[in-house]
Design a protein around this ligand. Structure first.
Ligand code: PBG
Length: 340
């Protein structure tokens, strides 16, 4: 009996000759560690941060327990903490008052704007943490859409000009990667050309390539107060029913110059992640979005799920499906646990 702990599959009075016993590879923790196919690491994570103006303030977001809107100085502290945990990148989302929103998202290219100031501060104070910025009109738009709205329609090509200026402004402020999340046709190519024309050849593009019109974005829109004022996003974000179309979007973005492509949301789209992985030669990101986070936090708060275990399992599944990197609000919690 002394040698029996953890060998519970191997009873001595075995009755059958079974040459293949897959349980042999699971028999001890050491064996499971050796045979594990997918290893999660803090360096896989990108931490999304919501930014508000001011100093030394944080505003909890009700539908995202544990996540707050942070002033730029608090964002720096958060990025420093992330770095100490082994997380190498943050993705910024500014929350602006209605008074700064208009039809053309004018504030998005203000060199002294909240986002631009935050990028500069992060690059000054935590230079080794990658700064990724979202390129889309919604946080700055009085219509709450990712594109320019006219007579209830989202105009594609006029939006591209706005997005290009926005991306240049982010690059000027020091962003390492700009991440168009708008789903307009042709935006990656237009942004690449605009960046190159301005000398920003080292600024990368992380394209939200297969971004679905998902009900999982609700808490994010609470966080930024960025929900569409009318209509929905179904004429630009993808139909959740479609998989082949994701391949088309990814291929176009790669042809247009995307350095990294993304599938979003993550957990309900693991098949899309796997399929994109098999066709795309560039790195693949996945976004475990606000609704995924809220769902797991809510169940954990009830005591119905083990929070640490459920985040670890879902993030492992997203990586196993093929994602090289994952945007997740749970990054610090999971990183802390992985670091043991
Ligand atoms: C904005 C944007 C959204 C998210 C990331 N960038 C919301 C939307 O498209 O409505 C969602 C992220 C999340 O839910 O965590 N273009």
């Amino acid at each position: 009996m002394a040698h029996h702990h953890d060998h519970d599959n191997h009873d001595s009075e075995s009755a059958f000759h079974l040459p293949r016993r897959p349980r042999r590879n699971r028999v001890t923790a050491a064996m499971r560690n050796l045979t594990r196919e997918t290893e999660l690491s803090p360096s896989d994570f990108i931490l999304p941060l919501f930014i508000i103006d001011g100093t030394d303030l944080q505003e909890p977001i009700e539908s995202m327990p544990g996540v707050s809107r942070l002033t730029p100085d608090r964002a720096v502290a958060c990025a420093q903490e992330a770095q100490s945990l082994g997380i190498g990148a943050v993705a910024l989302f500014p929350a602006l008052p209605d008074s700064l929103k208009d039809k053309h998202a004018t504030e998005s290219k203000n060199a002294e704007g909240l986002l631009q100031r935050t990028i500069q501060k992060l690059k000054d104070e935590v230079p080794d943490v990658l700064v990724i910025t979202d390129v889309a009109m919604d946080p700055y738009s009085s219509d709450g859409h990712d594109g320019l709205v006219e007579d209830g329609k989202i105009l594609n090509d006029p939006t591209l000009e706005i997005l290009a200026e926005m991306a240049i402004s982010h690059a000027q402020a020091g962003a390492d990667l700009v991440a168009p999340s708008d789903m307009m046709d042709g935006r990656v190519g237009v942004i690449r050309t605009a960046l190159d024309d301005c000398g920003f050849t080292d600024t990368g593009i992380l394209a939200y390539s297969a971004k679905y019109a998902s009900a999982f974005y609700g808490p994010f829109r609470d966080a930024l107060d960025s929900a569409p004022k009318s209509g929905d996003k179904k004429t630009y974000q993808m139909d959740p029913a479609n998989r082949r179309e994701a391949i088309l979007e990814v291929q176009l973005d790669i042809e247009e110059g995307a350095d990294i492509v993304m599938v979003k949301p993550a957990l309900a789209y693991l098949d899309v992640i796997a399929e994109v992985r098999s066709v795309a030669e560039v790195p693949l990101a996945a976004y475990q979005v606000s609704g995924e986070y809220a769902m797991m936090k809510a169940a954990a708060a009830q005591g119905w799920l083990d929070e640490a275990a459920i985040f670890r399992e879902t993030l492992t599944a997203i990586k196993r499906a093929g994602a090289d990197m994952i945007l997740t609000y749970a990054a610090p919690v999971v990183a802390r646990e992985l670091n043991g």
